[in-house]
Design a protein around this ligand. Structure first.
Ligand SMILES: NC(=O)C1=CN([C@@H]2O[C@H](COP(=O)(O)OP(=O)(O)OC[C@H]3O[C@@H](n4cnc5c(N)ncnc54)[C@H](O)[C@@H]3O)[C@@H](O)[C@H]2O)C=CC1
Ligand SMILES: CC/C=C\C[C@H](O)[C@H](O)/C=C/C=C/C=C\C=C\C(=O)C/C=C\CCC(=O)O
Length: 216
């Protein structure tokens, strides 16, 4: 996908990964906008990034609301705006999960892990829907491991021994590497259903789809 003139919306873009994703999209000529203005100012939406997330095992209702319900709500709103059959222009929806959405290594954070598994399953399920081709939509999921942003600092503060033990084994991603992977998902029109895993040890990789009936 050429990004020149495309309209993007990134949730949680004030800092961290969301900010880096927005800057990378802007650099390639996309317009990154607030939801209220995407239709009135730009006539539509091409790229939706459900990025906002928190790590707070103590307030699990809030975390489920932001990490999972927020992604579902953002996806539903984006589908309505982007659906070609309803006057939209089609496009891509990228949901930000985590390696915690694939494997349960962050054992001290079962609820966070549950929300991110939900994001991976939700995104994969949409990507398997045979009707999305007519809607002009594709779906992808980004699963970084520990990355150098505020959410990681607060995790280390909350779980100093447990988090440090795992981080010492697996390392910390750079925001730039995660942004590079994110841009691949946005720009590669062939990658519907991609679940990209990014780790400090192995860099950018794709997670295989679990076995099932193959439709796509
Ligand atoms: N940094 C890391 O180690 C990893 C982060 N992630 C995920 O990446 C996403 C971005 O996180 P980071 O940039 O790393 O952390 P961050 O803490 O720097 O940024 C989180 C962003 O989400 C926003 N946010 C939180 N609650 C919100 C709400 N109710 N409404 C709107 N925005 C809200 C914050 O304002 C902030 O801009 C999250 O979904 C996180 O779970 C995934 C894997 C690794
Ligand atoms: C944990 C909850 C709090 C905050 C957010 C986190 O920073 C982030 O979302 C959580 C990431 C959790 C990562 C857990 C494990 C990471 C594992 C690896 O990086 C493993 C890398 C390579 C494995 C080598 C191999 O077996 O092939």
């Amino acid at each position: 996908m050429s990004l020149a003139g495309k309209v993007a919306f990134v949730t949680g873009a004030a800092q961290g990964l969301g900010k880096a994703f927005s800057e990378a999209l802007l650099k390639k000529g996309a317009k990154v906008e607030a939801f209220e203005t995407v239709i009135s100012c730009f006539g539509g939406l091409d790229i939706m990034v459900n990025n906002a997330g928190i790590a707070n095992e103590h307030n699990y209702a809030l975390m489920v609301n932001i990490n999972l319900t927020g992604v579902i709500t953002g996806t539903n709103m984006a589908i309505d705006l982007m659906n070609r059959e309803k006057g939209g222009r089609g496009g891509v929806i990228v949901n930000i999960a985590s390696t915690a959405g694939i494997t349960p290594e962050a054992y001290f954070a079962p609820i966070y892990t549950g929300t991110k598994h939900g994001v991976v399953g939700f995104t994969r399920c949409w990507s398997m829907n045979p009707y999305i081709a007519k809607m002009g939509l594709r779906f992808a999921c980004l699963c970084p491991a520990f990355t150098d942003t505020q959410i990681l600092c607060s995790t280390i503060t909350d779980y100093p021994e447990d988090a440090q033990k795992i981080i010492q084994q697996v390392g910390i991603n750079k925001v730039e590497t995660v942004t590079e992977g994110f841009m691949q998902l946005v720009e590669d029109n062939q990658c519907n259903g991609a679940v990209m895993v990014i780790t400090a040890q192995n860099g950018i990789q794709y997670h295989r789809k679990p076995h099932g009936i193959s439709r796509m």
